[in-house]
Design a binder for this molecule. Structure first.
Ligand code: FMN
Length: 347
């Protein structure tokens, strides 16, 4: 797969919606890895612009990542209860929760215009998170010459990916920062670590496996390759590059106490995701019976709460996604980080 894509290094920069920028993706691709942009939380016009900006900055292949979650079920009672539960927190910042919640973005499977954009712009790679596209979409994207990847967090999801005709599997371990790519958030989650999951998928499927989760340096990439992965996908390692869109508070948190104890929580967005420990992730411990609405409906409330808190100088409600390797994140330009990773991989 690496040779086919013309990659020099077995290093994929993770797509990170809202954080990975065209500049970051281009720097990684120009350095011989696979850069990525995440358009899962962007509308079609924004996605078109991101793809165009990446193209201007690199002639090399890059990955465009979309979300393929099931259409969220609306549950007005649950949404009301969630807003009521969050109301005291809003009140602390002199604000009120929104009157109602919105489905802030569409699944790829509900957005035909996004599909048209991908066919038109033909990025070298398209990857799917939270589920799979339909067969017709896979066939059309393949016919356009696009290599397809999808995230699996367990063997069952990997088997569905293999059956779908997709070309490679991103094996996302429990250590990973950001949202778990689980297809059905209500199904039991075996919470496999990157090491066990990667090995399992290498053994049990015939597709190239890309290991993701907690990999921060050349030693981690070497370990993934030793397990049989064709490449490693790193997200948190790139968070503190100047090219990432992480704001100053996010970067401060990345180097603060919350990085020592990242937490998996559904309270921020409605789907399990790993974040730096914060006042927001604490809710999971202090109020374990809370039941957020479906993703991304709950995220509308989470973003509103962050905005209200931030306006009063409280940064503890940001969606500061990061993996267990957070304390190992290095602040340096992406081209230098790529050179460092490649060097470490040789050692
Ligand atoms: N994965 C996706 O497929 N799409 C995304 O939009 C996405 N957003 C993320 C945002 C952040 C800030 C982070 C840290 C991860 C995100 N992920 C996303 C997960 C990554 O693809 C990958 O699984 C993860 O970064 C690997 O673990 P690591 O962060 O420990 O390297």
């Amino acid at each position: 797969m690496l040779r086919q894509l013309g990659l020099i290094h077995p290093i994929f920069q993770a797509p990170m919606a809202g954080v990975s920028t065209p500049a970051l993706a281009a720097a990684v691709s120009n350095a011989g890895g696979l850069g990525a942009i995440g358009i899962g939380a962007t509308d079609v016009a924004g996605a078109r612009q991101m793809i165009a900006e990446t193209r201007v900055a690199t002639a090399r292949p890059f990955n465009v990542n979309v979300f393929a979650h099931a259409t969220p079920h609306r549950d007005p009672q649950r949404e009301r209860a969630w807003l009521d539960a969050l109301a005291p927190l809003f009140a602390e910042f002199g604000a009120e929760p929104p009157a109602s919640l919105r489905r802030i973005y569409e699944s790829f499977n509900d957005a035909p215009a996004l599909m048209d954009l991908l066919i038109e712009t033909r990025p070298a790679v398209v990857s799917f998170h939270f589920g799979l596209p339909g067969r017709a979409a896979i066939e059309a994207l393949h016919a356009a010459g696009i290599t397809l990847l999808a995230t699996a967090t367990n063997l069952h999801e990997a088997q569905l990916i293999a059956q779908s005709g997709i070309d490679g599997i991103v094996a996302q371990g429990i250590e990973a920062g950001g949202h778990r790519g689980i297809f059905d958030p209500d199904a039991e989650d075996p919470q496999l670590g990157t090491l066990a999951l990667t090995r399992l998928l290498v053994r049990e499927t015939n597709l190239p496996v890309i290991a993701a989760g907690g990999i921060m340096d050349g030693a981690g990439i070497a370990a993934a390759l030793r397990l049989g992965a064709v490449a490693a996908q790193l997200g948190t390692a790139f968070l503190d590059c100047p090219e990432s869109a992480a704001d100053a508070a996010y970067r401060r948190a990345l180097h603060g106490p919350g990085a020592q104890a990242t937490r998996l929580t559904s309270v921020i967005s409605g789907r399990p995701a790993r974040a730096l420990a914060s006042r927001f992730t604490q809710l999971e411990q202090t109020a374990p019976d809370l039941c957020p609405p479906a993703y991304p409906i709950a995220y509308d409330a989470g973003k509103a709460l962050h905005a209200a808190a931030k306006a009063q100088g409280e940064y503890g409600f940001g969606a500061y996604w990061a993996g267990q390797g957070a304390p190992l994140a290095r602040a340096m330009p992406a081209s230098r980080l790529m050179a460092t990773l490649a060097q470490e991989l040789q050692e």
